[in-house]
Design a protein. Structure first.
Length: 200
């Protein structure tokens, strides 16, 4: 996969796994910040207060350097790690998977727990749609009215996304483009005299 492409999910989905009376309900959420994750976990804890365990794992950012997993009272590495393992095996990011366990009275043992949390997490992923997204870069461009045609030609040629435009006193636009083409865009814009660029 190219460096500026990553896989994620855009829907919320559920999964379910049952073993020896225990019920493992899984939820996958698309997320983009740790604050958002904290809010979701707070809601889960409130809604499923009667569950024995509420284990989770998440991965954030295209570079996948922000991640965490929690066993929430299950034996070490039997819940959070298997959930995170499913996120990694599908190469996903910007997702949170929570697995809620209702205890059925029979202990499953270490391997049984690992399999249960792994299968429940996989079920939530299977019930979702995995999509590819590109890492985009943004730049603020300031120019004069006389340069408008030149700028708009580059925007059209390179299929640049115009996020904001302000043409009151001077001309300003916020442009967004796939990281792969960002340098090329900046080079072409810099060839226009007196135009200023500010990377965002």
């Amino acid at each position: 996969m190219e460096e500026d492409v990553y896989k994620t999910c855009v829907d919320i989905s559920e999964g379910l796994y049952k073993e020896k009376g225990s019920k493992f309900i899984s939820f996958l959420y698309p997320v983009n910040s740790e604050d958002q994750i904290k809010d979701i976990l707070k809601e889960i804890n409130k809604k499923y207060y009667d569950a024995r365990h509420r284990c989770f794992a998440y991965m954030l950012g295209p570079k996948k350097i922000v991640y965490r997993s929690s066993d929430d009272g299950e034996p070490s590495s039997t819940a959070g790690k298997p959930i995170l393992g499913q996120i990694l095996s599908k190469e996903l990011t910007d997702v949170l998977i929570v697995v809620i366990r209702y205890f059925g009275g029979v202990k499953l043992g270490v391997s049984g727990l690992i399999n249960a949390y792994k299968t429940a997490a996989a079920s939530a992923i299977a019930n979702n749609n995995i999509i590819e997204k590109t890492v985009d870069c943004r730049v603020k461009v300031s120019f004069t009215y006389s340069q408008m045609n030149e700028v708009m030609k580059i925007v059209k040629d390179m299929d640049v996304d115009v996020e904001e435009r302000n043409f009151e006193i001077s001309c300003e636009m916020i442009l967004s483009i796939r990281q792969l083409y960002f340098e090329q865009l900046c080079q072409r814009l810099n060839n226009i005299p007196f135009l200023t660029l500010e990377e965002l």
